[in-house]
Design a protein. Structure first.
Ligand SMILES: Nc1nc2c(ncn2[C@@H]2O[C@H](COP(=O)(O)OP(=O)(O)O)[C@@H](O)[C@H]2O)c(=O)[nH]1
Ligand SMILES: [Mg+2]
Length: 271
């Protein structure tokens, strides 16, 4: 029996289809492990954890099935709670990472989120800046426990697709609408983050990493995690004191979200 509850911290990437979750997962992992897709596809949650074990399919009843090395991305969604992929990516020494299916994905089993969300310590919600924070997203996030909301951040991805003049406006609107529901609300251009250094500087990823560090520092795991004998290399005694990235390009002080709260409908959610 496997319970997805043993990691010191569990970070979930949430949001609707094509919001940039898998792109961000790959940036955090420092390698392409999550499939980045332009069309809707059925994917169970991908659970990245530190180690070198073979991939596992975690079934709905928590039993495990070993998978061939190359089969992690071709597992049927039906009956699958998550696919657990071990990796030696540095970031996984700090937390386990869940690349979740899109919240709007009609192929996603309705209880996929219900089963995993209670075991998530930190959420990073990705919303495309071009149609940021739709009513469907707000409704889902409203239903999340306040404790999780306060340990989470909202990323306005695809900020590169918004004109410079509109960026401030969309950021202000979303910060206002989500007041007190996220600890950080930040814009990011995830594709630029893969580009040469000058564009990386402008991508916003450095601020995202600083905010993630802050979330890790302030987040206490929901449940005291028992030590896992099969994971001896993770420093579980001090999971949040080392920097998330060894060479952050820029560190900034993050503003607080405004107290005022306003809600718009999908119709006027565009910038
Ligand atoms: N221009 C731009 N494209 C992005 C950004 N983030 C993701 N994309 C693209 O959006 C598409 C969907 O990304 P993906 O990570 O698969 O989204 P997911 O469905 O949320 O996992 C891919 O073609 C990405 O290259 C961004 O910040 N800017
Ligand atoms: Mg994806």
């Amino acid at each position: 029996m496997t319970h997805i509850s043993h990691a010191p911290l569990r970070v979930a990437l949430l949001g609707e289809f094509s919001a940039g979750k898998s792109t961000l997962a790959n940036l955090l992992l420092g390698r392409t492990q999550s499939p980045v897709r332009v069309t809707a596809t059925q994917m169970p949650p991908l659970w990245y954890t530190f180690g070198d074990a073979a991939p596992l399919r975690i079934l709905d009843d928590d039993t495990e099935e070993a998978l061939p090395e190359d089969a992690a991305h071709s597992v049927p969604v039906e009956g699958t709670k998550a696919v657990k992929v071990a990796s030696d990516a540095a970031i996984l020494a700090r937390f386990d990472l869940f690349d979740m299916p899109g919240s709007s994905d009609p192929n996603m089993a309705p209880d996929t989120w219900d089963r995993l969300m209670p075991q998530v310590d930190i959420a990073i919600w990705c919303t495309p800046a071009t149609q940021a924070w739709r009513q469907s997203e707000a409704a889902l996030w409203d239903a999340m426990p306040a404790a999780l909301q306060h340990r989470s951040m909202l990323l306005l991805t695809r900020i590169d697709k918004v004109s410079t003049t509109d960026r401030k406006r969309v950021l202000q609107r979303v910060r206002s609408e989500t007041a007190d529901q996220f600890r950080h609300v930040l814009p990011v251009a995830l594709l630029s983050a893969q580009a040469p250094l000058e564009q990386c500087e402008a991508s916003g990823l450095s601020e995202v990493m600083t905010a993630l560090e802050d979330l890790c520092t302030h987040a206490e795991p929901f449940k005291a995690p028992p030590r896992q004998p099969d994971r001896p290399t993770r420093d579980e005694s001090a999971p949040c004191v080392r920097p998330l990235i060894t060479n952050p390009r820029r560190v900034s002080t993050l503003g607080t979200v405004p107290k005022h709260r306003r809600r718009t409908t999908d119709a006027n959610a565009l910038i």
